[in-house]
Design a protein around this ligand. Structure first.
Ligand code: F6P
Length: 362
């Protein structure tokens, strides 16, 4: 049966999104003769006119190694709570009926929603309003349940590990404490895995509120053993025991979640006061989200895209594709967004770090 499917990429972008889009388009067109419509800027695409375009083979040619998403993305648009001007005031309004009408008007039979926790929750609600949806998990933070890994995470890790290698040489030359702040709002996967791979001495993650005395002691002991420099990796969502996360900007009309940032500077100030050592802070920021996807993310993204099309063919709506071991499978979206996949403070990865002599601040 010939079908017309839509695809959107929602939430923060990440490397591998174009591999997913290409996978969807190729398997839909070449293998099945279907039509594909690209929706621009995530769920924002349903809020304004004309944010749709047909995606053919020509549109996806050469995009596999490209970072970002050719469709654009947004981590603001939410059709369930969209700021609409009324009597000169912006009022949060549910405009999902309009979104559903738009989808029907375009003749879209099913929608592929590529996104993290937030976007997949919106997708699930749209599904309840009658839009057949299949989800694809995406986030560099790797904090989505029900999949071993999300695409984009591997590339972000590579970037962070490469940065740590570079910081090592300059830290050593200047006998400094180098602090690298990485992404990871609720989950410390990037900090933990890049820290282990990049030879960090201290790793601070949101799942283990840290004790500053322990951190200072770890660096001091290292210095007394003859290493005059230290490398710290801090996840943006990490916070001191009894304290709270460092927020750069509060949530407002434009940003539905608060913007984190500044924990690296906080740790630096505290270390200066307890150790007589020079410190420097590097905030890796969006470098982790940009650039060409790794081989792993290209392959995983492509496989996820293909599997989403297969799920639509089998009319298995409300499912999210996922990776289990080396196999692609699927789970109900509902199950995947119930809670976040956080680092287990007593799990193997943290234990491995501690076995290597890395301090985790407890
Ligand atoms: O994709 C998730 C994430 O990487 C978080 O770790 C971070 O807080 C957020 O994106 C930042 O997103 P943006 O700057 O696009 O709002």
């Amino acid at each position: 049966m010939k079908r017309k499917i839509g695809i959107l990429t929602g939430g923060g972008d990440c490397p591998g999104l174009n591999a997913v889009i290409r996978g969807v388009v190729k398997s839909a067109i070449i293998r099945r003769g279907w039509d594909v419509v690209g929706i621009e800027d995530g769920f924002d695409g349903f809020l304004g006119p004309g944010k749709f375009r047909p995606l053919g083979l020509a549109e996806v040619r050469g995009i596999l190694p490209r970072g970002g998403t050719i469709l654009g993305s947004s981590n603001r648009g939410n059709p369930f709570s969209c700021p609409v001007e009324r009597d000169g005031r912006m009022v949060e309004t549910d405009i999902t009926d309009q979104a559903v009408e738009t989808i029907k008007g375009l003749g879209i039979d099913a929608l592929v929603a590529v996104g993290g926790d937030g976007s997949l929750k919106i997708a699930m609600e749209l599904m309840k309003k009658g839009v057949p949806i299949v989800g694809i998990p995406k986030t560099i933070d790797n904090d989505l349940m029900e999949t071993d890994v999300t695409f984009g995470y591997n590339t972000a890790l590579e970037t962070a590990t490469y940065a740590l290698d570079k910081l090592h040489s300059t830290a050593e030359s200047h006998h400094r404490v180098m602090i690298m702040e990485v992404m990871g709002r609720y989950a410390g996967w990037i900090a933990l895995e890049s820290g282990i791979s990049g030879g960090a001495d201290v790793i601070l993650i949101p799942e283990i509120p840290f004790d500053l005395v322990t951190v200072c002691r770890a660096i001091d002991e290292r210095r007394r053993r003859g290493s005059a420099f230290s490398i710290l990796v801090v996840a943006e969502g990490a916070y001191p025991r009894g304290g709270s996360r460092v927020v750069r900007n509060r949530a407002d009309e434009r940003h539905q979640v608060e913007r984190l940032g500044g924990i690296g500077d906080f740790v630096s100030r505290e270390l200066i006061s307890c150790l007589d050592m020079d410190t420097r802070v590097t905030v890796l920021g969006h470098l982790q989200r940009g650039g060409s996807p790794s081989t792993f993310d290209r392959c995983l993204g492509s496989r996820f895209g293909i599997s989403a099309v297969q799920l639509i063919e089998q009319e298995q709506y409300g499912q999210m594709v996922c990776l289990r071991g080396r196999d692609i499978r699927s789970v109900p979206i509902e199950k995947a967004v119930r809670r976040l996949k956080l680092v287990n403070p007593r799990g193997q990865m943290v234990t491995a770090a501690e076995e290597l002599g890395i301090a985790v601040g407890r």
